[in-house]
Design a binder for this molecule. Structure first.
Ligand code: NAD
Length: 466
């Protein structure tokens, strides 16, 4: 099941799933079309080798995770180039090289965490402990936007806790994940990690498979619900990291020039194709125009183009469907009477390029505000009543991240307490940290990744009493 390195195989395969460069439309290569039968075979292998992997212990597994991180670092440029070509994301900026570097950093951090568990009672009469032990086989299903990093987020804690893992990458970006699997498998024992590069039917099989005890899923809310329904048959454990529509609330005491750069990248990280990016900004009336202009000035200057060009920091949308969503939503903003300060006018030509777009004075119920655009178009909503802004921020059925921006941290914190989201950043946004748990509420899913909580979520709790 493990694929040879892409340089020697998948890029030269003559058939399979054709993968095109979203910047040019050129064919990059073919990914194997694994089937449901291949998935079943992989699960059988994962089930067979899991007891030995669990028995190897935390020390040995941590050592191997660190060795796997070293293996990624050795191939960092190769991986970054492949990732850039497959997803369109530029090498530079908060994009491909960063994603590869964070993948190895996450592996190392996960290897270092203390083993979870605690003494519950020790009073001379009773003694009880709570331990966290392997679940068994974990199925990991991922999206196309951060294929390497999200795969690592799913597999690093799973492996650390003694589980074996079967990964199903998105059908839009399988090549990078196949390459990652090959690199990790140069270090890991055989069968502990397998990549099955199939379509939705393979994902659906993972979610119902009776020998998969836990599914780590990152993707859309719609698919998350399908997985929860399928997994109900055997009470599968689930971590669901789903869609978001993160709000940033900018208070009236901010200096627009000071916050503009961080606000911009909080929204345009990976050209806006990020689950926990800023997708709508509520700005106090007194600074709305200045903030909007400062963001538009940055958007005008930031170079967008093919990812392998070292100058670019914004790239194309990864696929045409996403391009069409962004186009539809910006058109809806225009029709709704919003002011498009920059962008909104994609050029004809090869590739899925949609220009960085800043939209001001948009109605709070416009589709560009209330639907997830997942691309480089940012709506700015003017507010004069902070309570109203908080109500708008909380008014959607998703709750992944959010942020509050203020010159006064205590004031920001008071507002943050009223915002309903899994994470509320203060004066930053979309800055993940392997030590800090991350997860959504409402229709953004449930379960936590990262840190000690992330280890617990790929384990079963077990009490030893006596
Ligand atoms: P998607 O739900 O279309 O696909 C994700 C994965 O699910 C793919 O691998 C796909 O093959 C698989 N899949 C499809 N149907 C399935 C089924 N019935 N059963 C099992 N698996 C199935 O999502 P996408 O378009 O790839 O990703 C974009 C979405 O992901 C956005 O909504 C974004 O917000 C969200 N996302 C969330 C996070 C997070 O951490 N919360 C991170 C990244 C992306």
């Amino acid at each position: 099941m493990n694929q040879p390195l892409l340089e020697t195989s998948a890029l030269t395969m003559a058939s399979g799933r054709a993968i095109h460069d979203p910047a040019t439309g050129d064919l990059i290569g073919h990914a194997p079309e694994h089937t449901v039968a291949d998935l079943d075979a992989a699960v059988a292998v994962a089930t067979a080798v899991q007891p030995a992997w669990e028995a190897a212990g935390h020390g040995e597994r941590s050592r191997l995770l660190k060795a796997a991180a070293d293996a990624i670092d050795e191939q960092a440029e190769t991986l970054a180039h492949l990732l850039s070509r497959e997803t369109g994301k530029p090498l530079n900026g908060p994009n491909a090289r960063l994603e590869v570097a964070q993948s190895s950093a996450w592996l190392r951090a996960t290897a270092e965490f203390d083993t979870p568990g605690e003494v519950l009672v020790d009073d001379g009469q009773a003694y009880a402990t709570l331990a966290y032990e392997a679940v068994g086989v974990v199925g990991a299903i991922g999206p196309w936007n951060w294929p390497l990093m999200i795969t690592i987020w799913q597999i690093a804690p799973s492996l650390r806790m003694g589980n074996t893992v079967v990964v199903k990458p998105s059908e839009y970006s399988p090549l990078s994940v196949l390459a990652l699997g090959e690199i990790l498998n140069s270090v890991l024992p055989e069968g502990v990690l397998q990549v099955v590069s199939g379509g939705r039917e393979v994902g659906a099989r993972i979610s119902e498979h009776e020998d998969i005890a836990k599914v780590m899923f990152t993707g859309s809310t719609r698919t998350g619900k399908a997985i929860a329904a399928a997994g109900a048959a055997n009470l599968k454990r689930l971590t669901l990291e789903l869609g978001g529509n993160d709000a940033a609330i900018v208070l009236d005491d901010c200096d627009p020039e000071v916050i503009a750069e961080d606000l911009f990248w909080g929204a345009f990280i990976n050209t806006g194709q990020t689950c926990a990016a800023i997708k709508r900004i509520y700005v106090a009336d007194n600074i709305h125009d200045e903030v909007a202009e400062a963001l538009a000035a940055i958007a005008r200057d930031v170079p967008m183009g093919p990812g392998l060009d070292e100058n670019n920091v914004l790239g194309p949308l990864q696929n045409r469907q996403q391009y069409d969503i962004v186009t539809r939503l910006v058109d809806a903003a225009r029709e709704g009477g919003a002011r498009i300060l920059v962008g909104g006018d994609p050029a004809e030509g090869p590739g899925n390029f949609y220009p960085a777009t800043i939209v001001a004075d948009i109605a709070p119920d416009n589709p560009l505000v209330v639907e997830e655009q997942f691309g480089p178009a940012l709506p700015i909503i003017r507010y004069s009543d902070l309570d109203q802004a908080v109500a708008w921020a909380n008014g959607l059925d998703v709750g992944l991240g959010a942020s509050v921006w203020s010159a006064d941290r205590d004031r920001a914190l008071e507002v943050a307490k009223r915002v309903k989201a899994g994470t509320v950043w203060i004066n930053s946004h979309a800055v993940p940290d392997p030590r800090i748990p991350f997860g959504g509420i409402k229709q953004s899913g449930y379960g936590l990744e990262f840190g000690a909580e992330g280890l617990k979520s790929v384990a079963v709790p077990k009490v030893y009493n006596g």
